[in-house]
Design a protein. Structure first.
Length: 384
């Protein structure tokens, strides 16, 4: 976010309005609020409650580096954002969700965890001892049996995020009314990973292996003639996994007495482990591939928005001292300028103003002659 006022302007504004110098944090925020009010669009909201337009709630950590509005490029009024330390399932969180779902009409919930969380591997016991020594207050003072139940530390951000999403899904207050997405934000790259998708890829492979092992097997009975046994063995090798077809052939050839089918019980499936933060990082190449696809998608639009008839970029000739050849290079700055996405300026048509020529008649002005008379001093003397 780019603030409209720099530090010098904030100080001058705070001193002018409230006389604080140096300005405090609260007076600086009040100065920024004045600028916000100046640019705030007029609201025509006539609803009784401020319902989110996207019917969305985002539950995330209190970490100041995690800004869901910036991460998902949200517009004002699209989503509700609920925060607490470490995305913990607390009574206050459930209280807010009940109002959001049943009063404000929310139907989509994103549980957004993040890497490098403070509550990951937090020593709750040591912190509880500190608060007990500082103010004689501990987890039991708030009605919790132990520090872990109060501070809710966790070992892995991915597992903690999925656990909260599962708690919300299975809550009878929300079943059939909401869709929940468990996601993890990587603060190093800015990517958001869908934990449901990462976990959903693994059971598919296990399921396929179970179905293959559960296929009925054809067993050749002992005492089968060697020639018949050889032919049956060829059919089994030629058509693997097609037990029904082989049984039909055996029935047609009247070889049913030589074989029998054994049903194989499917092997018990082990529970799929939840994706950890380290496993999420392994999917980083997939996210970069998605980013490249997105850039390719925007490429035609950026070309259509370039300036028409833009001047050719400045080039320079470099002479190689080894080979004596010249190489034409392009200035990086001019290359970026030519590829910039800039809207062309509209052509302004300035009308020409024509002043008509009006003939002015010539008037002859008579000339006046001024005669200056000086008094004669000798004549004055004679009169005397």
């Amino acid at each position: 976010m780019v603030f409209p006022l720099d530090e010098t302007e904030e100080q001058a504004l705070v001193q002018t309005l409230w006389g604080h110098l140096p300005p405090t944090l609260f007076t600086r925020l009040r100065a920024r609020n004045l600028f916000y009010v100046m640019q705030r669009p007029k609201s025509n909201n006539t609803q009784e409650f401020n319902e989110p337009t996207e019917k969305l709630v985002i539950i995330t950590c209190m970490d100041c580096q995690i800004d869901p509005v910036d991460i998902f490029q949200l517009h004002p009024g699209e989503a509700l954002i609920l925060r607490n330390g470490g995305n913990a399932s607390t009574p206050d969180l459930m209280r807010s969700l009940i109002v959001a779902v049943h009063i404000l009409g929310v139907s989509n919930i994103i549980v957004l965890g993040h890497t490098n969380c403070t509550f990951e591997n937090l020593d709750a016991g040591k912190l509880d001892q500190y608060t007990q020594k500082l103010a004689k207050v501990n987890a039991q003072s708030y009605g919790f049996p132990d520090p872990d139940a109060f501070y809710r530390p966790f070992d892995d951000a991915g597992q903690s995020t999925r656990q909260l999403a599962e708690i919300i899904k299975t809550n009878p207050l929300f079943q059939g009314k909401i869709k929940v997405m468990a996601a993890l934000f990587d603060d190093a790259t800015g990517f958001v990973y869908d934990l449901e998708t990462l976990q959903g890829e693994q059971p598919l492979g296990n399921k396929a292996e179970a179905e293959e092992s559960a296929e009925p097997q054809i067993v050749i009975k002992p005492g089968t003639p060697p020639q018949v046994k050889q032919e049956i063995q060829k059919l089994i090798e030629k058509y693997p996994g097609k037990t029904d077809f082989i049984i039909k052939v055996m029935h047609k050839w009247q070889w049913d007495k030589y074989v029998h089918v054994e049903e194989v019980a499917p092997a018990p499936q082990e529970p799929t482990p939840e994706p950890t933060a380290d496993e999420v990082k392994r999917a980083e190449p997939i996210k970069f591939a998605e980013l490249d696809t997105f850039r390719a998608f925007l490429a035609p639009k950026s070309q259509s928005n370039t300036i028409p008839n833009s001047p050719a970029p400045e080039t320079s000739l470099r002479i190689s001292t080894k080979t004596g050849t010249t190489k034409k290079t392009e200035s990086p700055a001019t290359h970026r300028l030519s590829q910039a996405i800039v809207r062309p300026f509209p052509k302004l048509v300035i009308p020409k103003i024509v002043i008509p020529k009006i003939p002015v008649p010539r008037v002859r002005i008579p000339r006046f002659h001024m005669v200056l008379e000086y008094p004669d001093e000798n004549a004055d003397k004679e009169e005397q």
